[in-house]
Design a protein around this ligand. Structure first.
Ligand code: NZQ
Ligand code: ZN
Length: 394
């Protein structure tokens, strides 16, 4: 196990009706003037935004609002939010929505207290300072409610890039599983896929002797395999949604990723798809992961075989471990298809003729040197092959 520091101070407030405590938690964490940030309207339709407003009013907190965050959030609204917060002297940002709203809130929070262009953080500069952020989560997926990360798409060039820093970990996150009951089945499934991706991207490690985190990841993946189909069949199942929601947070606050190298190639490769085609991040991952894993397999057959046996219950073929390893990848692919995820470029809305453009942005865009690294290092030819595998799969 590698040395590590783990700093994850978010206060999680979990359960039914907890959104009514939003005002109390903003006050507890020092907010006096709040920006309420939200997305395209689901929180208005569900009545959630009204309940949150009432909760802030009950605490005598003053607030302004900025809605309109799109899935795969854009830099334009971040700039607008930064200007608004400076003008209105906002000291706390309350994100009401999914990963996109939370990521936009984190970007604004970092940008307000930074003299330069906030995009510097999305080109590798670490975020050291930010306004406080709190969240009320409405979809179990990205894990942004507990992560030190934010992913934003820059409209010029359509670069989708991430920024990091413990300063943007939310001060508190309110997790009421009942709020996710209004999700369309496709979004629920895309969220399940993203959560499983966060676990797999940590499982694929080059660090040896990491039993504790291996076992945590396996437990969370087994939970998703159990609860995913239950919630797809019965969207109002509160208990299934509760287990998925907490698994989603645990999957990405890095409690099961410490002390080990991680992969993240599937995420890096997928981000260009959701940037170019505006598809759901989880749906993009469903198409990306089986191709990336198949490409990575020969790098460490035993790790994929371990996943196959421990997570998917495959029989170990000791004479041909690669057979077991491949069976695990296929079991994962079939699971994703069974919950309604796309399996190839066509079903995702991506086009094979765009592959050169995708590879160019992926490997060369915004200062990259022609390679991307994770479990393995990939060059442009490798990335071309991987996208082609996704296009060709039938
Ligand atoms: O905009 P509204 O109207 O709210 O609709 C949203 C949106 O259309 C809808 N939705 C959310 N909660 C709902 C609901 N509809 C009905 N009922 C509810 N309760 O769902 C759609 C998707 O929302 P979004 O926030 O985009 O989903 P998600 O949480 O999957 O976030 C995706 C973004 O997070 C990034 C992704 O790249 C993507 O941009 N990620 C962020 C990470 C992080 N910060 O740590 C890590 C992840 O790997 C990921 O990359
Ligand atoms: Zn993700």
């Amino acid at each position: 196990m590698n040395n590590f520091e783990f700093y994850a101070p978010t206060c999680f407030v979990f359960g039914k009706d907890t959104e009514n405590k939003a005002g109390e938690y903003v006050r507890r964490f020092g907010g006096t003037k709040v920006l309420l940030h939200y997305g395209g309207g689901s929180v208005i339709r569900s009545g959630l935004l009204d309940r949150v407003r009432k909760s802030l009013e009950a605490e005598g907190l003053s607030f302004i609002e900025l809605g309109g965050v799109k899935p795969n959030p854009r830099s334009g609204l971040v700039y607008e939010g930064i200007d608004l917060c400076r003008k209105e002297k906002v000291d706390f940002i309350l994100a009401v929505g999914g990963g996109s709203v939370i990521d936009s809130s984190k970007a604004i929070a970092a940008g307000v207290v930074y003299d330069g262009d906030f995009w510097d953080f999305y080109r590798g500069k670490r975020i050291e300072k930010a306004l406080s952020v709190g969240t009320i989560l409405t979809i179990a997926a990205a894990g942004s409610e507990g992560s030190p990360d934010s992913v934003i798409t820059k409209e010029e060039g359509m670069f989708k890039r991430g920024a990091s820093g413990d300063a943007i970990r939310p001060k508190f996150s309110i997790l009421n599983p009942a709020l996710t009951q209004t999700l369309p089945p496709f979004q629920t499934a895309a969220g399940i896929t993203d959560i499983m991706a966060h676990l797999y991207e940590r499982y694929l490690t080059n660090t040896e002797e990491v039993e504790v985190t291996d076992r945590l990841i396996e437990a969370l993946l087994l939970t998703m395999i159990h609860e995913g189909p239950r919630v797809i069949a019965d969207p109002d199942n509160y208990e299934a949604r509760a287990n998925i929601m907490w698994a989603g947070t645990m999957a990405h606050n890095n409690s099961c990723g410490v002390g080990r190298s991680q992969d993240w190639l599937s995420h890096t490769i997928e981000h260009e798809l959701s940037a170019l085609y505006d598809c759901a991040h989880g749906a993009g991952l469903a198409v990306t992961m089986p191709a990336v894993f198949t490409f990575e397999l020969s790098h460490n057959v035993m790790r994929f075989a371990q996943a196959a046996v421990r997570i998917w219950g495959c029989q170990m073929d000791f004479a041909h471990p690669e057979v077991t390893a491949k069976a695990g990848i296929e079991a994962f692919r079939n699971f994703l298809i069974s919950i309604g995820m796309p399996k190839n470029f066509e079903e995702l809305g991506a086009k094979a003729e765009d592959i050169p453009k995708l590879v160019e942005i992926l490997c060369r865009g915004d200062g990259r040197d022609g390679t991307i690294s994770g479990f393995v290092t990939l060059n442009e030819a490798d990335c071309t092959k991987i996208y082609q595998m996704m296009a060709d799969y039938r």
